[in-house]
Design a protein around this ligand. Structure first.
Ligand SMILES: Cc1ncc(COP(=O)(O)O)c(C=O)c1O
Length: 464
């Protein structure tokens, strides 16, 4: 049988047989094909994804230094779970845990426990599970029932709704109201009781970018404990904020392990940790806060390896890249990069205000939230188009500036948001403003394009 010629030397890519057909989509092709041609074909398809650097919806990194690309390439064969085979990768993961514990003021950063995850979602699941177990252990020790656990939070990212559903925990979530975008102590106190496994403040809200302030909640829980004898733990969802506030808002009220009630903190390494997509972190205040029953000890890879994760195999490259960023940038590097993003927010607010159309829910103030701005159309402003239309127009120039409705109680309020990240320079921001001008002029002239939330469904507030 003649061998299929998979890579004829002289084939010009765009004259080859392999590229002259539609890529298989439903059935595995029968034969091998030329790597050069298939690479070109897939690469060309990916153009349709647009340009990640213009994606101002995502919280995740869209730019990395060349050295990070090289380290990712070097790590392609490393599985983070094989800690015995790749002891140095495991060592590097441990170093990152200690650095984060120190950054977040853990009482003893060297002995505390934590782990890398695939992102904040997995880290939140683990934080929630540990809280569920601590609560259950406490209740069982007192002979009390454990069949109705609940968690209390402000408006949260969807990962917490997943946590609640997957582990059968009731989620008590504050409803947003106009000018009341995050949980205040009164909201929280109305929701907590003896079955509350934890309160979850979001330190850098997905919808608005605002920090849900942790200290007033912790103080109120101290008072609640004095009155009722019931002690409720806090898990801080610091997906974005935990990698921002230490550098750019060092003087705001304590939000981290300085508050005794904070038992765990999660973050996304791939957001403001500046690492490529695929890494998150969770750190516990001390080893006592991670119930031993949740930790698995595996020995079939050699050695006794404790693991607490939802996945088994997972890539080590992002963790190695995280360590690169920690060493490469240090405290001052992170401070400089994130400050530049806050400066870009300031510039954007100043320029967007000139249109006299928008009211800001959050203006990117570095002491109040993450480098994001969120706005709605000014109440009373008379225009013949919506923010969905505006988002749609901006997309024709490649910009992803999501428009979305807020959650329960004010779901009729439509807002638009920009996340400023490493790589969104003042120069690019200036080009973006020119495209705002162009888009607004178009809509003023032509009216609404009748774009709806469904048409903008990829403009998801969660940033994905
Ligand atoms: C506050 C918050 N928590 C959790 C998540 C989930 O993070 P990840 O995408 O890293 O799983 C996000 C994502 O945007 C978020 O904003």
């Amino acid at each position: 049988m003649a061998l299929h010629n998979v890579n004829p030397n002289n084939d010009p890519i765009f004259g080859s047989e392999d590229i002259h057909r539609v890529a298989a989509a439903k059935k595995l092709p029968q034969q091998e094909q030329s790597p050069t041609v298939i690479y070109q074909m897939i690469r060309d398809e990916l153009y349709l994804d647009g340009n990640a650097r213009q994606n101002l919806a995502t919280f995740c990194q869209t730019w990395e230094e060349d050295e990070v690309h090289k380290l990712m390439d070097l790590s392609i064969d490393k599985n983070m779970i094989d800690k015995d085979e790749y002891p140095q990768s495991a060592e590097i993961e441990g170093r990152c845990v200690h650095m984060l514990a120190d950054l977040w003021n853990a009482p003893d950063a060297v002995t505390t426990v934590g782990t890398s995850t695939t992102g904040s979602s997995e880290a939140c699941m683990l934080g929630g599970l540990a809280a569920l177990w601590r609560w259950r252990d406490r209740r069982r020790a007192q002979g009390l029932s454990t069949d109705k656990p609940n968690m209390v939070c402000g408006p949260v990212q969807v990962c917490w709704e997943k946590f609640a559903r997957y582990w059968d925990v009731e989620i008590r979530q504050m409803d947003m109201e106009e000018h009341h975008y995050f949980m205040q102590p009164e909201d929280m106190l109305n929701m907590v009781d003896e079955n509350t496994i934890m309160v979850v403040p979001t330190f850098g809200q997905t919808f608005t970018g605002l920090y849900e302030t942790v200290k007033p909640l912790a103080d109120a829980l101290d008072g609640y404990e004095r009155e009722t004898g019931i002690s409720i733990d806090i898990h801080v969802d610091g997906a974005s904020g935990a990698m921002l506030a230490p550098f750019c808002a060092p003087d705001i009220d304590a939000w981290d392990f300085r508050l005794e009630r904070v038992k765990s903190i999660s973050t996304s390494g791939h957001k403001f940790g500046l690492s490529p997509v695929g890494v998150g972190w969770i750190i516990w205040r001390s080893s006592e806060d991670l119930p031993e029953g949740l930790v698995f000890h595996v020995n079939y890879l050699g050695g006794d390896m404790p693991t607490f994760a939802l996945n088994f195999s997972r890539p080590a490259g992002q963790i190695i890249a995280q360590y690169y960023n920690f060493l490469r940038l240090g405290f001052e590097g992170y401070q400089r990069i994130h400050s530049a993003s806050y400066d870009v927010c300031e510039y954007l607010v100043q320029e967007l205000n000139k249109f006299d159309l928008f009211e800001f829910l959050f203006d990117g103030n570095r002491e109040k939230g993450i480098p994001a701005i969120a706005w709605r159309l000014k109440p009373g402003v008379k225009v013949d188009y919506t923010l969905y239309d505006l988002a749609d127009r901006l997309r024709t120039r490649g910009w992803l500036v999501p428009a979305y409705s807020l959650p329960a109680n004010i779901e009729t309020m439509v807002v638009q948001r920009i996340l400023a990240k490493q790589g969104l320079t003042i120069d690019l921001a200036n080009l973006l403003i020119a495209d705002f001008k162009r888009s607004i002029e178009f809509l003023e002239k032509n009216g609404s394009t009748n774009c709806t939330a469904e048409d903008s469904s990829s403009f998801d507030h969660s940033g994905h």
